[in-house]
Design a protein around this ligand. Sequence first.
Ligand SMILES: *Cc1c(COP(=O)(O)O)cnc(C)c1O
Length: 353
Amino acid sequence: MSYEPKRADFSLPVRINLYSDTQTKPSRAMKEAMMEAEMGDEQGGSDPTVWELCDRTAALLGKEAAMFVPSGTMCNQVAVATHCRPGDEILAHEDAHLQSSEAGGPGAISGVMIRGLPGERGIFSAETLRAAIRPVSRYSPPQRLVEVEQTANKGGGACWQVAELKGVADVAHQHGMKVHMDGARVLNAAVALGVAASDVTADCDTVWVDFTKGLGAPLGAVLAGPRDFIGEAWRWKQRLGGSMRQGGMNAAACIYALQHNIDRLAEDHANAAALARGMAQIPGITVETPETNLVFFDTSGTGLTAADFAARLRPFGVTVSVSDTFRGRACTHLDVSAAQIEEAVAIMRRVVT
Ligand SMILES: *Cc1c(COP(=O)(O)O)cnc(C)c1O
């Protein structure tokens, strides 16, 4: 078995990339900011641009301290390792990225177990969490951490409301647990809910945000939380090989994203809504109404699997991702325009009829 990714067919250009907001390319202006960046040795503490990114992100998310990490996956793994001890249990939604898409990291790296909780659209209630609380006994695994995903990726990009987060966090804290937010798209949630990012993260002890999704940077994520937590987390970042050297160049792209690419997420949400409306009119396709930039659809009424549908779009330069036999995902982001959404819908209609 090889786990190496399949090399893309570079002879078939992608024109309308609805595959993922991870596939955005840095703009010319972002690259210019990278070229201007002051740099030092990030792991030695002498890169001023990385410090600036950490300070700005900590302030944005309303936390004391932050650290720059190469990826969101590593943020989750560092956070789990820092919060937990082997044998601990984490409570998370059963569709959480942490559980399904991080190669078993929590078990392999931290020796923890994850208990999946049910809930519509990737969100579980305070009552569901309360029902999963175990008695404190010699037999029970220590329940250490509650993890929430904002926005809930497989839940269709759904947003946790601030009150829902508070309800869950209150239960967690009453039982001595911490709350960690996988905030890969937390800024999409803040924009969609029309509230400050720091209000969305207020009830979570730790949170990270991805810069390589809708924010459009080439790589990087920032993990934020209390200063003593970030202090501890640094050892895990070092241990996992996540400490960097001249990180300032990438941090500059992230700072550029903070300055230019947050408010515009509203355009991606409007484009997702337009895409959903257009796709819903294609015979045989049903669409889950999007809350943010992720549009999940079902192809079963067309007689095509989601993979067939994606394969038929590909020669037209349109890409979507496949999440299940008949479930697919189309994602809007800063490299897709409103005009391209219309064009994509027309192509989709053509390939199914
Ligand atoms: C993308 C994503 C991650 C992982 O982030 P990477 O930067 O790709 O490692 C984690 N959680 C969620 C919900 C995501 O969508």
